[in-house]
Write a protein that binds this ligand. Structure first.
Ligand SMILES: C[S@@+](CC[C@H](N)C(=O)[O-])C[C@H]1O[C@@H](n2cnc3c(N)ncnc32)[C@H](O)[C@@H]1O
Length: 238
Protein backbone atom coordinates (compact mmCIF):
# COMPACT_ATOMS: atom_id res chain seq x y z
CA UNK A 1 0.00 0.00 0.00
CA UNK A 2 1.26 3.51 -0.79
CA UNK A 3 1.87 5.95 2.00
CA UNK A 4 -1.09 8.36 2.00
CA UNK A 5 1.21 11.21 3.05
CA UNK A 6 2.92 11.10 -0.33
CA UNK A 7 -0.24 12.05 -2.25
CA UNK A 8 -0.34 15.64 -3.40
CA UNK A 9 -2.69 18.07 -5.15
CA UNK A 10 -1.17 16.87 -8.44
CA UNK A 11 -2.29 13.29 -7.62
CA UNK A 12 -5.83 14.50 -6.94
CA UNK A 13 -5.94 16.43 -10.23
CA UNK A 14 -4.59 13.43 -12.16
CA UNK A 15 -7.09 11.11 -10.48
CA UNK A 16 -10.06 13.32 -11.37
CA UNK A 17 -8.78 14.03 -14.89
CA UNK A 18 -8.53 10.31 -15.52
CA UNK A 19 -11.85 9.47 -13.83
CA UNK A 20 -13.78 12.06 -15.84
CA UNK A 21 -12.03 10.99 -19.08
CA UNK A 22 -12.96 7.34 -18.44
CA UNK A 23 -16.44 7.69 -16.92
CA UNK A 24 -17.63 11.12 -18.07
CA UNK A 25 -20.82 12.34 -16.38
CA UNK A 26 -21.56 8.80 -15.15
CA UNK A 27 -19.07 9.30 -12.32
CA UNK A 28 -21.54 11.76 -10.77
CA UNK A 29 -25.20 11.86 -9.88
CA UNK A 30 -27.56 12.83 -12.72
CA UNK A 31 -28.59 16.47 -13.14
CA UNK A 32 -31.94 15.69 -11.46
CA UNK A 33 -30.07 15.43 -8.13
CA UNK A 34 -28.88 19.07 -8.18
CA UNK A 35 -31.88 21.47 -8.24
CA UNK A 36 -32.48 20.75 -4.55
CA UNK A 37 -29.34 22.71 -3.56
CA UNK A 38 -30.64 25.76 -5.46
CA UNK A 39 -34.04 25.31 -3.87
CA UNK A 40 -32.50 25.20 -0.38
CA UNK A 41 -30.70 28.46 -1.17
CA UNK A 42 -33.84 30.10 -2.55
CA UNK A 43 -31.89 30.97 -5.72
CA UNK A 44 -33.77 33.40 -7.97
CA UNK A 45 -33.23 34.17 -11.68
CA UNK A 46 -30.42 36.63 -12.35
CA UNK A 47 -28.51 35.88 -9.14
CA UNK A 48 -24.80 35.21 -9.49
CA UNK A 49 -23.77 31.74 -8.34
CA UNK A 50 -20.32 30.25 -7.94
CA UNK A 51 -20.07 26.44 -7.79
CA UNK A 52 -16.70 25.60 -6.24
CA UNK A 53 -15.28 22.25 -7.43
CA UNK A 54 -18.01 22.16 -10.07
CA UNK A 55 -16.78 18.99 -11.81
CA UNK A 56 -18.17 18.77 -15.36
CA UNK A 57 -21.02 21.12 -14.43
CA UNK A 58 -24.06 19.20 -13.19
CA UNK A 59 -25.06 21.88 -10.69
CA UNK A 60 -24.26 24.65 -13.19
CA UNK A 61 -26.68 23.06 -15.63
CA UNK A 62 -29.43 23.04 -12.99
CA UNK A 63 -28.62 26.69 -12.14
CA UNK A 64 -28.89 27.83 -15.76
CA UNK A 65 -32.23 26.02 -16.08
CA UNK A 66 -33.40 28.12 -13.11
CA UNK A 67 -32.26 31.36 -14.76
CA UNK A 68 -29.28 31.80 -12.43
CA UNK A 69 -26.05 33.36 -13.74
CA UNK A 70 -23.72 30.39 -13.23
CA UNK A 71 -19.94 30.31 -12.78
CA UNK A 72 -17.90 27.24 -11.90
CA UNK A 73 -14.33 26.48 -10.92
CA UNK A 74 -12.57 23.14 -10.66
CA UNK A 75 -9.00 22.00 -10.29
CA UNK A 76 -9.40 19.28 -12.95
CA UNK A 77 -8.71 20.50 -16.50
CA UNK A 78 -10.75 17.58 -17.83
CA UNK A 79 -13.78 18.59 -15.74
CA UNK A 80 -13.46 22.21 -16.90
CA UNK A 81 -13.23 21.16 -20.57
CA UNK A 82 -16.33 18.98 -20.23
CA UNK A 83 -18.29 21.74 -18.46
CA UNK A 84 -17.33 24.37 -21.05
CA UNK A 85 -18.25 22.03 -23.85
CA UNK A 86 -21.63 21.10 -22.35
CA UNK A 87 -22.55 24.58 -21.04
CA UNK A 88 -21.61 27.44 -23.34
CA UNK A 89 -23.75 29.80 -21.19
CA UNK A 90 -21.68 29.19 -18.06
CA UNK A 91 -18.33 30.71 -17.12
CA UNK A 92 -16.02 27.90 -16.03
CA UNK A 93 -12.46 28.43 -14.78
CA UNK A 94 -9.67 26.01 -13.96
CA UNK A 95 -8.43 26.78 -10.45
CA UNK A 96 -7.91 25.68 -6.90
CA UNK A 97 -10.61 26.42 -4.31
CA UNK A 98 -7.82 27.46 -1.95
CA UNK A 99 -6.99 30.47 -4.19
CA UNK A 100 -10.10 31.33 -6.20
CA UNK A 101 -9.58 33.32 -9.42
CA UNK A 102 -12.45 35.76 -8.70
CA UNK A 103 -12.79 39.26 -7.24
CA UNK A 104 -14.07 39.92 -3.72
CA UNK A 105 -17.86 40.02 -3.22
CA UNK A 106 -18.70 38.71 -6.71
CA UNK A 107 -21.39 36.11 -5.93
CA UNK A 108 -24.59 36.05 -3.87
CA UNK A 109 -24.76 32.23 -3.97
CA UNK A 110 -21.85 29.86 -3.36
CA UNK A 111 -22.14 26.07 -3.55
CA UNK A 112 -19.63 23.29 -3.03
CA UNK A 113 -20.98 19.77 -3.35
CA UNK A 114 -19.01 16.69 -2.35
CA UNK A 115 -15.62 18.35 -2.53
CA UNK A 116 -14.46 20.11 0.67
CA UNK A 117 -13.39 16.74 2.08
CA UNK A 118 -11.08 16.40 -0.96
CA UNK A 119 -9.25 19.63 -0.24
CA UNK A 120 -5.87 19.84 1.49
CA UNK A 121 -6.29 23.26 3.13
CA UNK A 122 -9.99 23.41 4.05
CA UNK A 123 -9.78 26.63 6.12
CA UNK A 124 -8.16 28.39 3.13
CA UNK A 125 -10.89 27.13 0.77
CA UNK A 126 -13.64 28.24 3.16
CA UNK A 127 -12.02 31.67 3.60
CA UNK A 128 -11.91 32.00 -0.19
CA UNK A 129 -15.59 31.06 -0.50
CA UNK A 130 -16.42 33.83 1.96
CA UNK A 131 -14.10 36.35 0.27
CA UNK A 132 -15.75 36.02 -3.17
CA UNK A 133 -19.26 36.15 -1.66
CA UNK A 134 -21.32 39.30 -1.13
CA UNK A 135 -22.05 40.27 2.51
CA UNK A 136 -25.61 38.89 2.25
CA UNK A 137 -24.60 35.73 0.34
CA UNK A 138 -26.01 32.27 1.03
CA UNK A 139 -23.84 29.15 0.93
CA UNK A 140 -24.75 25.49 0.43
CA UNK A 141 -22.15 22.76 0.89
CA UNK A 142 -22.45 18.99 1.01
CA UNK A 143 -19.82 17.00 2.92
CA UNK A 144 -19.24 13.35 3.81
CA UNK A 145 -19.92 11.90 7.26
CA UNK A 146 -17.21 9.79 8.94
CA UNK A 147 -19.71 8.20 11.37
CA UNK A 148 -21.33 5.75 8.95
CA UNK A 149 -20.91 2.02 8.74
CA UNK A 150 -19.86 2.26 5.10
CA UNK A 151 -17.14 4.78 5.93
CA UNK A 152 -15.86 2.95 9.00
CA UNK A 153 -16.05 -0.61 7.67
CA UNK A 154 -15.66 -0.34 3.91
CA UNK A 155 -13.41 2.70 3.55
CA UNK A 156 -11.35 2.51 6.74
CA UNK A 157 -11.37 -1.02 8.15
CA UNK A 158 -11.18 -2.67 4.70
CA UNK A 159 -8.95 0.18 3.51
CA UNK A 160 -11.06 1.12 0.46
CA UNK A 161 -10.63 4.86 1.00
CA UNK A 162 -9.61 6.54 -2.26
CA UNK A 163 -6.48 8.26 -0.98
CA UNK A 164 -5.20 9.18 -4.42
CA UNK A 165 -8.37 11.24 -4.91
CA UNK A 166 -7.91 12.56 -1.32
CA UNK A 167 -11.27 11.16 -0.23
CA UNK A 168 -11.98 11.97 3.41
CA UNK A 169 -14.85 12.41 5.88
CA UNK A 170 -15.51 14.11 9.24
CA UNK A 171 -18.20 13.80 11.89
CA UNK A 172 -21.15 16.19 12.09
CA UNK A 173 -19.55 17.89 15.10
CA UNK A 174 -16.21 18.29 13.33
CA UNK A 175 -17.81 19.80 10.20
CA UNK A 176 -19.93 22.11 12.35
CA UNK A 177 -16.82 23.31 14.21
CA UNK A 178 -14.85 23.77 10.98
CA UNK A 179 -17.57 25.94 9.41
CA UNK A 180 -18.07 27.94 12.62
CA UNK A 181 -14.33 28.57 12.94
CA UNK A 182 -14.26 29.69 9.31
CA UNK A 183 -16.81 32.42 10.03
CA UNK A 184 -20.05 30.87 8.81
CA UNK A 185 -23.42 31.01 10.56
CA UNK A 186 -25.26 27.72 10.00
CA UNK A 187 -28.95 28.18 9.11
CA UNK A 188 -29.79 24.52 8.52
CA UNK A 189 -28.23 21.06 8.25
CA UNK A 190 -30.01 18.29 6.37
CA UNK A 191 -29.22 14.72 5.43
CA UNK A 192 -28.29 14.13 1.80
CA UNK A 193 -31.54 14.06 -0.18
CA UNK A 194 -30.45 11.77 -3.01
CA UNK A 195 -31.79 8.48 -1.66
CA UNK A 196 -35.28 9.95 -1.24
CA UNK A 197 -35.06 11.72 -4.62
CA UNK A 198 -34.28 8.37 -6.23
CA UNK A 199 -37.22 6.68 -4.51
CA UNK A 200 -39.51 9.45 -5.81
CA UNK A 201 -38.04 9.05 -9.31
CA UNK A 202 -38.85 5.32 -9.27
CA UNK A 203 -42.39 6.03 -8.02
CA UNK A 204 -42.83 8.58 -10.84
CA UNK A 205 -41.69 5.99 -13.40
CA UNK A 206 -38.34 7.81 -13.96
CA UNK A 207 -40.07 10.93 -15.27
CA UNK A 208 -38.15 14.14 -14.53
CA UNK A 209 -39.58 16.19 -11.64
CA UNK A 210 -41.67 19.26 -12.42
CA UNK A 211 -39.01 21.95 -11.90
CA UNK A 212 -41.69 24.61 -11.30
CA UNK A 213 -42.72 22.87 -8.08
CA UNK A 214 -40.49 22.72 -5.01
CA UNK A 215 -39.28 19.27 -4.09
CA UNK A 216 -40.22 17.95 -0.66
CA UNK A 217 -37.24 18.36 1.67
CA UNK A 218 -36.76 15.32 3.91
CA UNK A 219 -35.31 15.44 7.41
CA UNK A 220 -35.32 11.63 7.70
CA UNK A 221 -36.31 9.60 10.73
CA UNK A 222 -32.80 8.52 11.67
CA UNK A 223 -30.58 10.86 13.72
CA UNK A 224 -28.86 13.40 11.47
CA UNK A 225 -25.45 12.25 12.76
CA UNK A 226 -25.71 8.95 10.84
CA UNK A 227 -26.56 10.44 7.42
CA UNK A 228 -24.15 9.52 4.64
CA UNK A 229 -23.61 13.16 3.77
CA UNK A 230 -24.65 16.46 5.31
CA UNK A 231 -26.04 19.48 3.47
CA UNK A 232 -25.15 22.72 5.29
CA UNK A 233 -27.03 25.91 4.41
CA UNK A 234 -25.09 28.91 5.71
CA UNK A 235 -24.36 32.62 5.53
CA UNK A 236 -21.57 34.86 6.85
CA UNK A 237 -21.57 34.99 10.65
CA UNK A 238 -22.53 38.49 11.87
C1 LIG B 1 -16.82 14.24 -6.14
S1 LIG B 1 -16.47 15.46 -7.33
C2 LIG B 1 -17.90 16.52 -7.19
C3 LIG B 1 -18.10 17.39 -8.41
C4 LIG B 1 -19.32 18.33 -8.34
N1 LIG B 1 -19.27 19.21 -7.20
C5 LIG B 1 -20.61 17.54 -8.31
O1 LIG B 1 -21.17 17.34 -7.23
O2 LIG B 1 -21.07 17.14 -9.38
C6 LIG B 1 -15.21 16.43 -6.50
C7 LIG B 1 -14.65 17.55 -7.37
O3 LIG B 1 -13.78 18.36 -6.56
C8 LIG B 1 -12.74 18.83 -7.38
N2 LIG B 1 -11.68 19.31 -6.50
C9 LIG B 1 -10.98 18.59 -5.58
N3 LIG B 1 -10.14 19.39 -4.91
C10 LIG B 1 -10.30 20.65 -5.43
C11 LIG B 1 -9.71 21.91 -5.15
N4 LIG B 1 -8.76 22.04 -4.21
N5 LIG B 1 -10.12 22.99 -5.86
C12 LIG B 1 -11.09 22.86 -6.81
N6 LIG B 1 -11.66 21.69 -7.13
C13 LIG B 1 -11.28 20.60 -6.43
C14 LIG B 1 -12.40 17.61 -8.24
O4 LIG B 1 -11.66 17.94 -9.38
C15 LIG B 1 -13.80 17.08 -8.54
O5 LIG B 1 -14.30 17.62 -9.74
Amino acid sequence: MNDPETYTQRDVIDWFDRTYAEHGFDYLRPVAAYPIYLQLLGAVPGERLLDVACGPGQLLRAAIARGVDATGVDVSAQAVAMARDALPDARVEEGNAEALPFDDASFSLVTCIGAIERMFDRPAALAEMRRVATPDARFCVMVRNANTLSWRIWRQWLDRQNRRGHQDALSLDAWTALFGDAGFAIDDVLPDQWFRQRVRRVLRGFRAPDVRRPEPVARGWLPLGVANEFIFVMRHAP
